[in-house]
Design a protein around this ligand. Structure first.
Ligand code: C5P
Length: 225
């Protein structure tokens, strides 16, 4: 039997650099990566595609239970490639409401844990990975950055789902999403007590990745001894 791969949890608010950092850390460590935000986005896409009101929790729960989701890449719903479709402004505006429904979270958290077991570990990125999905992760990183910097990053991204061209509007959209994500009753956005909190404001991506890799090395060594 091969030894199980470790789990690296990377959490943080919108625009904190999670996706880029998670992808690069996974590549450097040769581990598979899971973007759990894409799963909530795919469900939200399916809800909107079915012309269901994202605030209609019972209907949303119905979609969640019937969801035929392949986390990819590319992300597929019922075989259809929705990789780009899940990054639209409409999905970004609705996703936090959908993600606040406890039954939705239970369904997707179960799928995320299944992914971890099937892959034997990996770099998992989201909002509640260190607190709920993988509390035993060998390393928990919680990325933060100033609101302004996060809005600026969103505007620079090609798939900038909240970038309307106006920095203030982008900042407001991110603020709204973070507010819903961090105040919901079911597994809100939060740093685990044992997470390493990294403020990435003004740091280069390479600098953040190097810091995470150094922490990883130390965490694996500590776990061995
Ligand atoms: O990471 P991303 O910005 O794509 O996440 C989209 C949304 O999905 C978040 O704003 C949040 O509402 C939800 N989400 C979550 N728990 C996760 C990952 C994402 O609630 N683990």
């Amino acid at each position: 039997m091969t030894a199980p791969k470790p789990v690296v949890a990377i959490d943080g608010p919108a625009g904190s650099g999670k996706s880029t950092v998670a992808r690069m850390v996974a590549e450097a460590l040769g581990l598979p990566a899971l973007d759990t935000g894409a799963m909530y986005r795919a469900l939200t896409w399916a809800v909107l595609d079915a012309r269901i009101d994202p605030a209609d929790a019972p209907a949303v729960i119905g979609v969640a239970h019937a969801l035929d989701l392949d986390v990819g890449p590319p992300v597929r719903v019922a075989g259809r490639d929705v990789n780009d479709a899940i990054r639209t402004a409409e999905v970004s505006a609705a996703v936090s409401v959908v993600a606040a429904v406890p039954e939705v979270r239970a369904r997707l958290v179960a799928a995320q844990r299944e992914w971890i077991v099937a892959h034997g570990g990996g770099v998992v990125e989201g909002r509640d990975i260190g607190t709920v999905v993988a509390p035993d992760a060998v390393l928990k990183i919680y990325l933060v950055a100033s609101e302004e910097e996060r809005a600026r990053r969103r505007q620079r991204q090609d798939d900038a789902t909240e970038a309307s061209g106006d920095l203030d509007a982008t900042q407001e959209a991110i603020r709204r999403r973070d507010r819903i994500d961090s105040t919901r009753a079911a597994s809100p956005l939060a740093a685990a007590d044992d997470a390493v909190v990294l403020d990435t404001t003004g740091l280069s991506v390479d600098g953040v990745v190097a810091e995470v890799l150094a922490r990883y090395k130390a965490a694996v060594e500590a776990a061995r001894s």
